[in-house]
Design a protein around this ligand. Structure first.
Ligand code: 4AD
Ligand code: MG
Length: 478
């Protein structure tokens, strides 16, 4: 196949007079002569100029939005505003027509809600081009960060028989006949006859398996899909999301906080460095979106300023107990503006409280530590006060919780006791407890929700717009 040059390369070229081949999709065709073409290599289009007096009219009619074209022509200096180069068409071929009457994307602004309904086509818009480029850059940066530090990328299973978070929000995996499953004598479904010989589900977290490996390899991380059957129809929850979970032997909560802060800053800096066009575009998009809001609800900083601010400041660290005091005495609490009022120690923090701390009180990312044990998972290290655990959550502006983690309970007796209190089956998790039986050591780790990170960096407002094919309650199209 004749070799094309990517538009990104052409736009930066000054090889005027040379013959080039451009392949891409028509964005617009104006005045019967200017074709704006995009090939995905950049959010910017290249303009091709066709001599309509010498081109078959039937062919020109096929230059509709969405059509795939191959153009051979001369790279010339552009006289028009807004572009440096353009292509003077010598030969034009339509690779694939796009019926203008039926193609849902028109050269105008579409709402994100509308685009979500045609998620199979939304890749062809500038917004989603930019979002998925940034998503890629962040994923790549995550691997680079850990690789530079000697962490091992560990592939933990997607199908498991355990519930790592103990929250019971799992999707079952079975090959049993749904209409007529085998039954035990007591009438229960007989999972012994199921594919794996036991009841299995999609993983909610790779942490438990990650800990097994960390207790030998020292430093590992996972980066894979996780699944939660929680019925949360919010702009921050997905049923299928990607999580990054490092686990580090011989580390305590302070080491854990530092690792998380370093990781976040590293990947944000990487996106700023490698995606300037995309982030500039997304900044403008967000400014437009914010114009719809009343003045006092608009963000103080634009997207780029917000990202840089995050790099330049240390995250604020405080305990849950200190945060509760701040919240109790806060204006929205006193004036009963919070939906869930903070009345006493022990309350779980809702996203409105997290956002108050980050956006109004501290005005920067916050790390909360030492939560009440009753609102956290069984594996967290218990503090001497008997009430709190060595947990940490990182809260980000506009997002709320972006990271959740802890130092792990490495003492077998205390871990078993806590599991029993919380009705976590110790027999089924014998393999997890073995790490505490044989050469136990302090260790810590966390989970970073990848889509929440992409949400923050792109300035998008709905988590369904930063994953190519969102899975949420009643949503599994494509
Ligand atoms: O706080 P979570 O539930 O922690 C864990 O799963 C631990 N096992 C992590 C660890 O210590 N290794 O989830 C971690 C992060 C959250 O902070 C959030 O960013 C993201 O995962 N997350 C979700 N993202 C999108 N949709 C959902 N339904 C999410 N649930 C959690
Ligand atoms: Mg959490």
């Amino acid at each position: 196949m004749a070799k094309r040059t990517k538009i990104k390369e052409l736009l930066n070229s000054s090889a005027f007079g040379s013959e080039v081949i451009v392949k891409g999709w028509v964005r617009t065709f104006r005045n019967n002569q200017f074709i704006a073409i995009n090939d995905g290599s950049t959010i910017n289009n290249i303009q091709a100029v066709v001599d309509y007096t010498n081109t078959d009219e039937a062919l020109l009619k096929r230059l509709t939005t969405g059509a795939a074209v191959s153009i051979t022509g001369e790279l010339i200096e552009s006289l028009g505003k807004g572009q440096k180069v353009e292509v003077k068409v010598k030969q034009l071929e339509i690779l694939g027509d796009s019926d203008a009457e039926k193609f849902p994307l028109q050269p105008k602004k579409h709402s994100l809600e509308f685009l979500r309904e045609i998620a199979h086509l939304r890749f062809r818009t500038n917004t989603f081009n930019a979002v998925f480029k940034v998503r890629h850059a962040l994923a790549f940066a995550v691997h680079q960060f850990f690789n530079e530090r000697g962490f091992v990328y560990l592939h933990t299973p997607i199908i498991t028989a355990s519930d790592a978070e103990g929250a019971g929000e799992m999707f079952r995996v079975t090959s049993l006949d749904f209409d007529n499953p085998p039954r035990t004598e007591e009438g229960h479904v007989d999972f012994k006859q199921d594919f794996f010989g036991k009841s299995t589900n999609l993983t909610v977290s790779g942490q438990l398996e990650g800990e097994l490996a960390a207790m030998a390899l020292g430093e590992i991380y996972t980066f894979g899909p996780t699944f939660r059957a929680e019925n949360s129809n919010t702009t921050r929850h997905l049923a299928e999301f990607w999580m990054i979970e490092p686990e580090v032997a011989f580390a305590d909560l302070n080491d854990n906080m530092q690792l998380a802060e370093d990781l976040l800053k590293y990947v944000i800096a990487y996106a700023l460095k490698t995606c300037p066009d995309e982030l500039e575009f997304l900044k403008t998009r967000l400014l437009e979106e914010e114009k719809q809001k009343p003045q006092d609800e608009r963000a103080e900083l634009d997207l780029l300023a917000k990202l840089n601010f995050c790099l330049d400041n240390n995250f604020e660290r405080l305990t849950y107990t200190e945060a509760i005091e701040i919240l109790k005495n806060s204006n929205p609490n006193k004036k009963k503006k919070f939906k869930y009022l903070i009345e006493s120690w022990g309350a779980d923090l809702q996203s409105e409280h997290e956002r108050y701390l980050v956006e109004k009180h501290f005005k920067k990312p916050v790390i909360l530590t030492d939560y009440p044990k009753d609102i956290k998972a069984f594996y967290m290290r218990q503090n001497d006060d008997g009430k709190t655990v060595r947990a940490m959550d990182i809260l980000f502006p506009g997002i709320g919780e972006i990271v959740g983690g802890s130092q792990r309970e490495e003492r077998l007796d205390l871990l078993e006791k806590r599991m029993n209190e919380m009705h976590i089956p110790t027999e089924d998790l014998y393999w997890y407890l073995d790490t505490r039986r044989f050469g136990s050591a302090p260790h810590a780790g966390f989970g970073l929700g990848f889509e929440r990170l992409v949400l923050f960096v792109t300035g998008m407002t709905n988590i369904r717009d930063v994953i190519p094919f969102p899975r949420a309650p009643k949503t599994a199209e494509f």
